[in-house]
Design a protein around this ligand. Sequence first.
Ligand code: ZN
Ligand code: ZN
Length: 561
Amino acid sequence: MSDAAFRRAFGEQFFDRLWQLKPDWAIAIGYYKYADRLVVPDEAARAERLEQADRWLAELRRIDPATLGPAVRADWAMLENEFLAERWGLTELKSWQWDPSVYNVAEPFALLLDLTFAPLDERLRLFGRRLERVPAYYAAAKASIENPSREHTQLAIEQNRGALAVFGAELEQALEMSGLDARERAQFNERLSAARGAIEDYVRSLEALDERLASGAVAARSFRLGGDLYPQKFALEIQSGDTAEALYERALAEKDVLHARMRTLAEILWPKYFPNEAAPSGALDLIGRVIARLAEDHVAPAELLDEVKRQIPELERFVTEHGLVELDPSKPLIVRETPPHKRGIAGASIDAPGPYDAAAPTYYNVNPLDEEPPERAESWLREYNRWMLPVLNIHEAIPGHYVQLLHANRAPSLIKSIFGNGAMIEGWAVYAERLMLESGYGEHRAEAWLVYSKWNLRSVCNTILDYGVHVLGMTEAEALDLLTRQAFQSEAEAADKWRRVQRTNVQLTSYFSGYAAIVDLREQLKRERRGSFDLKRFHEQFLSYGSAPVRVIRELMLAEG
Ligand code: ZN
Ligand code: ZN
């Protein structure tokens, strides 16, 4: 076996070179050696990345995967996909040309201020060295953009305006508090104002460009990825082995199955909640009315954080008592209010340490609602009502994302944790919801199953929407009908989703794709192993390979037996 040769070629030095080329990504996962480097995204940088990807690909292909042990063979396959995806992104997709929102310097700077891997003074010095190249960064961005889509141009305007917040009062305060001497401070401030100027200039130039795109003076690209690029991107990103079209067809069929099941549940619940009213004859109307009624049962804005804090240990107990998957009491999940600069649209999210800093705490951020406008808070709370809030906590935390990460960080493969597959990660969280309901969380009450089904329908419709919009030319009206009438989402949620599908592609299919593949694998093993199938063992084996594509994990599990 040539496992050792593979590990030599794609071990520490490989990653060090990767982080040199991609220091922003490195900072995000806790590797700080090149934290002072800001890569100027010009033609030379792209050429360097392409050359490196080709060199790595050639090196990788000199190792015959058939000579590798199963776990290392999976790493080999993930790397090959990674290098091919890099090449394809630079030469075929070319979002660096038509998506101005790929240019934004804010996030790594925010992390440098926020993280505590080094004393403040040291982090500010790294910050200062990065700042120096911000004007060159945006000059390269402007030179790279050609015939962008209006949607991505507007997104870039919004997000780069938002980026200015990272270079505002909080930063000035940090500088104030620091031990940097007068000369260092003066230099820092000079670079800071040049960086702010560069961001403002980028925003202004995009605003002017957007006007030319609107008037037709410059031809705008469609935000739709199209039937040529979409299947290729789907293959490289989702890595399910199935086609995008097949997944879309499956999602359409699944939508019908869910509607039928939800109709039965709504019929059961109708007399309980509407004792004096005849049920609507249309199935979608009936389901929608019952769901809206169930949504009235929710906590007050000020109670949200405490309610989440109460539910997490309850979910942990349930998972342990029902023997679903192993938890790790030595790595507790800390529930907290989302720190102000991270508050966005998302109501709750996991903030987990990267593979280079696996000992750092994991936070479950919950957006406080008491300062939101009352209608917004009410709309969010109706969505995450008594029946839905646990599903959110299951998805994000236990046994969803948090538990998957816990197990992934134990997997010894850096390759699998760094090049984690989004469909496996989201698929696991979506599968976790079903697992809990199947195991009796919610006591098999019709309310719990109906509201869960609405959530599950969201994953299914994300796939229908994404493929429909990017390949089949689905219109805005069709999309909103799908989301509101057929998937029972609020107008506000549907409008947000329409914005998201215009600005992203393929990612929305990851939830249903990964979920469907995990359910298929589980059912296959249940059939094959019959009496010897053990659910907890299945979950732990599944999670033990790290965030590899489900297709890859499947092969490993079938080989291992
Ligand atoms: Zn209410
Ligand atoms: Zn998720």
